[in-house]
Design a protein around this ligand. Structure first.
Ligand code: FAD
Length: 592
């Protein structure tokens, strides 16, 4: 039997000879309200999503302590950082996915997986409504409901077109494995089409114009992959049309890779210029028709360019189920779920949110800053020296990596400068700053940082709005690290939950209500660096300690890191053998 599927489901299952876990929605709702005969022995944990956050939670969770149900429309985990490599056949799609049931094999007795999409979270009934991803049950209805004691929401994010007309209909996206496969087929289609005898030169140029909208890491990596595919493989296979190929990146900001160190952005721009990849910065795409991309810049106004294939990698948005849930719990006007530092959704006792669909709410920043500040003001004088302020800021930066991230994405030198600016004429070491003034300065910083999500899926920063620069800081290693680190952290908390029943979130050191040792520390993100592969066996990396590395040797570092980060030995072997195959035989250009 299935303890978390309610009685009605079990009756249906029994009537149909067992094995059936789906039932009609309404029946499910009625059924779930019936009192259960026996109190469940273990608490029910439902995990929504099998991406970075969900799988990292599951891997580290001691499943023997809970009855765990996992729900996701995809029965595999995809190693998203290698998706751009799938678009040109550098690695195969199957090499970067790991079946979720395989990952859960060791925990199988304790974990159940449903391949289904959650379409509603009902916090009042402690249940999630799901729809089968593989078809319908005998009623012709694939909907069912699963109840929970604890819900872990790890639903990730979706694409965001910012309502730009024509994007949904005419652009390709690079979010899922299927997207990468579609791109791969279409790239080959473009080359085959342009090789047909009745195509004029002008049409060839149009068909072979590959446009990438968004100069963040994904767009840049895709452009680099395309370029490598072209010069290493396609020129040999399609020599007659090689001169018609063009790759363009359209970026609304001043630079591509603008969340990276300036040296990396410059290196990438120079390399792309050398490779013949056109980089149009300062342009915002306003419309995409089936054959023209219209973009706008301050200096040139509206410009339209013909294209053969467009890939949109300019924004990340909220999944409908998250939007619906945020409305239910009054978190409107937000892009992601707000959690506290223990990753629990505000106002929801038993719901946790991790990864791209969540962020540690910014309003906590000010409370905590005040507490850090009071702690620094040891003599209760109400004033701090600049040295003490610097210490406070160090602490804030460690606790809130998004503050630093924000500063970096804005190319600001240092958070200290912003605060000093806000305080006014106080940049002398000896200057003693009034606490209240300092707080005011911090709220100025806070208001600027407010729109930066803590897990940093996408920063659609307020300043960027003004400058029309859409900064996509989703895509990088450190951000997967956020999702993975949050999953790991939450699993540790769940594993210790028994010992900490009294304080499921641990004594709150920072809010001053607790004393003594912590059971749970608040979640803290550890930044481990980020990579930008730039093609031609070159990459750039920002490593811990502000160390920047660029060139061929960094590409080898990238190979080692990405091979070591694979989730299983199977995928590790497959990825490495794909790389080797590509080195020896080149990429496969068959359109299958
Ligand atoms: P996801 O990994 O997106 O997982 C979401 C899960 O929820 C999926 O299993 C999905 O099937 C499931 N789901 C969706 N809807 C439902 C539903 N209704 N019901 C149930 N389940 C649902 N980060 C890096 O750090 N480095 C990189 O190099 C990098 N490169 C990237 C390249 C690309 C092309 C992309 C798209 C992303 C890249 N990222 C990279 C970002 C990284 O993938 C994300 O930050 C990370 O995946 C977030 O993890 P998550 O678990 O929150 O979401």
């Amino acid at each position: 039997t299935h303890p978390s599927v309610s009685t009605a489901a079990l009756l249906v299952a029994a009537a149909s000879g067992g094995g059936l876990v789906a039932y009609a929605d309404s029946a499910g709702e009625n059924a779930s309200s019936e009192p259960s005969q026996e109190a469940p022995r273990k608490k029910k944990v439902v995990v929504l999503g099998t991406g970075w956050a969900g799988t990292s939670f599951l891997k580290d969770l001691d499943c023997s302590k809970y009855e765990v149900k996992v729900i996701s429309p995809r029965n595999y985990f995809a190693f998203t950082p290698l998706l751009p490599s799938v678009t040109c056949g550098t690695v195969e799609a199957r090499s970067i996915v790991e079946p979720i049931r395989k990952m859960l094999e060791k925990k199988r007795k304790d974990v159940t997986f449903y391949e289904a999409e959650c379409f509603k979270i009902d916090a009042s009934k402690k249940a999630v409504h799901c729809r089968s991803a593989v078809g319908t049950n005998f009623d012709g209805n694939g909907d069912f409901m699963v109840d929970y004691d604890y819900l872990v929401v790890a639903l990730g994010a979706t694409v965001n077109t910012f309502n730009t007309p024509g994007v949904m209909e005419n652009c390709y996206f690079l979010k899922e494995v299927e997207d990468a496969q579609k791109i791969r087929r279409n790239v080959i289609d473009c080359f085959e089409k342009a090789s047909l005898p009745n195509i004029s030169e002008e049409e060839k140029r149009k068909i072979l114009h590959f446009v990438i909208i968004g100069g963040g890491p994904t767009g840049v990596e895709f452009a680099a992959e395309m370029h490598d595919f072209l010069v290493e493989d396609l020129v040999k296979l399609y020599p007659a049309i090689q001169d018609f190929v063009k790759i363009t990146i359209i970026q609304s900001g001043e630079h591509i890779l603008n969340m990276f160190d300036q040296r990396i952005a410059t290196f990438a721009e120079i390399k792309f210029q050398r490779d013949g990849i056109e980089v149009n910065t300062g342009f915002r795409v306003v419309k995409v028709s089936d054959d023209l991309i219209t973009m706008k810049s301050k200096s040139l106004g509206e410009v339209s360019v013909p294209y053969g294939m467009a890939v949109w990698s300019a924004g990340v948005g909220t999944r409908p189920v998250i939007m619906d849930f945020m409305q239910q719990i009054g978190q409107t006007n937000r892009r992601v779920l707000a959690t506290n530092e223990w990753l629990r959704v505000h106002e929801c006792d038993s719901i946790y949110a991790i990864g791209d669909c969540a962020s540690i709410t910014q309003r906590k920043i000010m409370d905590d800053i005040s507490t850090v500040f009071k702690m620094a003001d040891k003599d209760n004088s109400g004033t701090l020296t600049l040295k003490e302020i610097n210490d406070v800021i160090e602490d804030i930066c460690i606790r809130y990596p998004q503050v630093e991230l924000y500063m970096k994405s804005m190319h600001m030198l240092d958070i200290r400068d912003l605060i000093k600016d806000a305080i006014g004429d106080s940049h002398k070491e000896s200057m003693v700053v009034d606490i209240e003034e300092f707080k005011k300065a911090l709220s100025h910083v806070d208001s600027q940082v407010k729109s930066v999500p803590a897990t940093a899926q996408v920063a659609f920063i307020s300043i960027c709005k003004r400058s029309l620069a859409r900064v996509n800081i989703l895509r990088f290693l450190k951000l997967c690290q956020v999702a993975a680190q949050q999953g790991h952290y939450l699993a540790e908390c769940f594993n210790k939950m028994d010992q900490c029943k009294e304080h499921p979130e641990g004594p709150l050191r920072m809010t001053g209500t607790g004393s003594g040792r912590h059971n749970f520390r608040p979640f803290r993100y550890k930044h481990l660096g980020q990579f930008a592969p730039l093609g031609g066996e070159q990459a750039a990396a920002e490593l811990p300690g502000d160390w920047v590395s660029m060139g061929h040797s960094t590409q080898w570092l990238w190979y080692s890191v990405y091979a070591s980060k694979q989730v299983s030995w199977r995928t590790r072997m497959l990825v490495v053998s794909d790389w080797t195959r590509r080195f020896i035989f080149g990429r496969d250009s068959s359109r299958i």
